[in-house]
Design a protein around this ligand. Structure first.
Ligand SMILES: *Cc1c(COP(=O)(O)O)cnc(C)c1O
Length: 392
């Protein structure tokens, strides 16, 4: 692997050119591949060589370019691209577990991740213990001799709690458990998860990697033996393959990922500082603020606060709704990491399904608002927010 800087990898890493020498990466919108002879087909089914393909559910040149490029950015040995972030999460969990295994996971998780852990794995005889991700003693008590896998979001949604990757990984590795980190909020730009001890890193590429709200995608990164011997057979036979067209969008997304994410995080930091202490807000939650309980950990682990900030608007749900409805630039939606700033009211949308006690335990209060900061000028965003807060 060439010793290029990340920015160079993001633009050139993994490029494969056809006989035409195209500048921009080609989209191989093909489900299958033609063999020179019956013998060649037989040989490829016995053992496909480097850059030899059989069927798009198993692999495709455009998908391979995306996998190689993001593996280089993340510093991972290998990567497998998937149809969505959830295909990546479910594949990484299901492919390496069997009945009787024990899993420990942080309680503050994306709703669909919680469904896979509690509903799906539970039905197949995998025991799951949920802990407060910020409580290292709780991790220590929950991780047992038969724990095979540990799973958490490195920064939780929507309350932005930061989990100590190095400390949890060390505890998990003592019993030989695999550490799987959902790293969406950290983004590949601010990720040091593998370096800090995680075995497997997952992204919903739908978020910052596309970053323009165009498609779904996901990726699992880790050591080659896990990716090729455990994950790949499971993924290629269960059907979570990434479309070559989406792989191409994501590949082009990687070229500008660093620029976009750094600009978005700088704006998020500036907005958090502006809004801290505002009379209409009970709290401003952002790991880049010194007042955030995990500030030091966030700086050590990511070097930045990320592109999302969470506000607690005074006046509960009514106050939050008045704020959302008064915004002019920032749109009400539920994606994040997009070039367009997006505001979400978790209690009534993304986390609506959770019982009230669970919402309270996770800090998802009626006034809580998640703000994904986009690429608009920060002064326009600041004015939009401050004006809308007057409506509260
Ligand atoms: C969005 C998201 C997912 C799921 O990704 P999809 O691409 O929507 O399937 C998983 N984990 C986190 C933290 C997310 O934000």
């Amino acid at each position: 692997m060439e010793k290029w800087h990340r920015q160079t990898q993001a633009v050139h890493g993994g490029t494969r050119r056809s006989q035409y020498g195209e500048m921009s990466e080609a989209i191989f919108l093909t489900q299958g591949f033609v063999y020179e002879s019956a013998e060649a087909a037989e040989a490829r089914f016995v053992q496909a060589g480097e850059d030899e393909y059989i069927y798009a559910r198993y692999g495709n040149p455009t998908v391979a370019m995306f996998e190689e490029r993001i593996a280089r950015l993340e510093g991972a040995e290998d990567a497998f691209a998937t149809a969505s972030g959830m295909a990546a999460v479910s594949g990484a969990l299901m492919s390496g577990l069997q009945a009787g295994d024990h899993v420990v996971a942080a309680r503050a998780l994306f709703g669909s991740c919680l469904y896979v852990l509690e509903e799906v794995l539970g039905r197949f005889g995998v025991g799951v213990t949920l802990v407060d991700g910020g409580d290292l003693a709780a991790w220590g008590r929950a991780i047992r001799g038969d724990t095979r896998l540990v799973f958490f979001e490195s920064v939780s949604n929507p309350t932005l709690q930061v989990v100590d990757i190095a400390a949890v990984s060390e505890m998990a590795h003592r019993v030989g458990a695999r550490v799987v980190v959902d790293n969406v909020f950290a983004t590949p730009v601010f990720s040091r998860a593998l370096e800090l001890g995680a075995d497997v890193v997952i992204y919903s590429a739908t978020k910052h990697i596309d970053g323009q709200g165009r498609c779904l995608g996901g990726v699992v990164l880790g050591r080659r033996d896990f990716i090729r011997s455990t994950l790949e057979p499971y993924m290629k036979h269960t059907g979570g393959a990434l479309s070559p067209f989406n792989a191409w969008l994501l590949l082009k997304g990687l070229e500008t990922l660093e620029l976009r994410v750094r600009a978005q995080a700088a704006s998020a930091q500036a907005l958090a500082e502006t809004l801290e202490g505002h009379a209409a807000l009970a709290r401003v939650i952002y790991p880049g603020l010194a007042a955030h309980p995990d500030h030091a950990l966030a700086m050590r682990q990511m070097g930045a606060g990320g592109t999302v900030l969470t506000l607690e608007v005074k006046g509960g749900q009514a106050g939050a709704f008045r704020f959302l409805n008064a915004l002019k630039i920032i749109r009400i939606s539920n994606n994040l990491g997009d070039a367009k700033s997006i505001v979400t009211h978790p209690a009534t949308t993304t986390h609506q399904r959770l019982p009230e006690e669970q919402k309270a335990a996770l800090g998802i209060t009626p006034g809580l608002v998640r703000l994904s900061v986009g690429l608009e000028h920060v002064e326009d965003l600041g004015r939009d927010i401050l004006t809308a807060l007057q409506a509260v």
